[in-house]
Design a binder for this molecule. Structure first.
Ligand code: ARG
Length: 261
């Protein structure tokens, strides 16, 4: 009987603990910053997007992971990375599950309705991947594609649906699955950001990237509209990391390693 009471007590404690953890923006820090968890900068990402974020063993590495670590160091916070589907990241930010979305995420007017963005830290290009012998040679030729594969909820997804119609766009949770659909001839092209495109093409025989820039964009961190203090602190950290060359160093490390493959 005593054992049972002890068990019930432990369970009640655990439940109240987890209830605590899920409330939004509760943590405060010595430096006055508000974060989801005291002492921690929690980043939401989708770690299937090399070289920005990807798994090396069970560790998430890449440009965004390293930038986030450098920012967290400057803010005196511990970095915690949460991997989730790309199209859940904005909601995780708005519901206070994570402090920032950092995921090679493009600044768009539509997203700005729900979150604020930090200053931009990198430029991206929507690239088009096709089979080496594909009749698709330009962005306009995508109009002749029966099916284009994209990652769900990305700008590539949005642009392709706008330009070529929903019926011609196949959405995958992960960029890699979109590329696999091309490899197995389920689709005629993949539209995805240029750096991941390069690493997918390097990893799969018979694919190429078209020499055309479908859309150019800016990447930034997504932060809650209720947490401008954090946005300002992140901007300050980013500008210091830009000024002292750290940002370039991180980007060059991964982009070069990528091209050497
Ligand atoms: N830049 C694109 C967008 O913002 C794709 C980003 C995908 N990122 C990822 N980590 N899977 O929509």
């Amino acid at each position: 009987m005593k054992k049972l009471i002890a068990l019930v007590l432990v369970m009640a404690m655990l439940m109240s603990l987890s209830a605590c953890g899920s409330s939004s923006n509760e943590g405060s820090n010595p430096n006055g910053l508000k974060t989801v968890k005291s002492g921690t900068l929690t980043m939401g990402t989708n770690a299937y997007f090399p070289p920005y974020e990807y798994y090396e063993g069970d560790k998430i590495v890449g440009i965004d992971a390293e930038i986030a670590q450098a920012v967290a160091d400057k803010l005196g916070l511990e970095l915690k990375i949460e991997d989730m589907e790309f199209d859940s990241i904005i909601t995780a930010v708005t519901t206070g599950k994570v402090d920032m979305g950092l995921a090679g995420m493009t600044v768009t007017e539509e997203r700005k309705q729900n979150v604020n963005f930090s200053d931009s830290y990198a430029t991206g290009v929507q690239a088009i991947i096709v089979k080496e012998d594909s009749p698709i040679k330009t962005a306009d030729d995508l109009a002749n594609a029966k099916m284009i594969a994209v990652q769900l909820g990305t700008t590539g997804d949005i642009y392709c649906k706008d330009d070529f119609g929903e019926d011609h766009v196949d959405e995958y949770n992960r960029g890699n699955d979109a590329v696999m659909a091309l490899v197995s001839d389920k689709v005629d092209a993949v539209v995805i950001d240029n750096e991941p495109a390069k690493s997918y093409v390097a990893a799969n025989e018979g694919l190429k990237i078209l020499d055309t820039e479908y859309v150019k964009e800016e990447y930034a961190a997504a932060i809650s509209k209720d947490n401008d203090g954090l946005r300002e602190a992140i901007n300050k950290a980013l500008s210091e990391l830009k000024a002292d060359g750290t940002l370039d160093k991180i980007i060059n490390k991964y982009v070069k390693a990528d091209e050497a493959e």
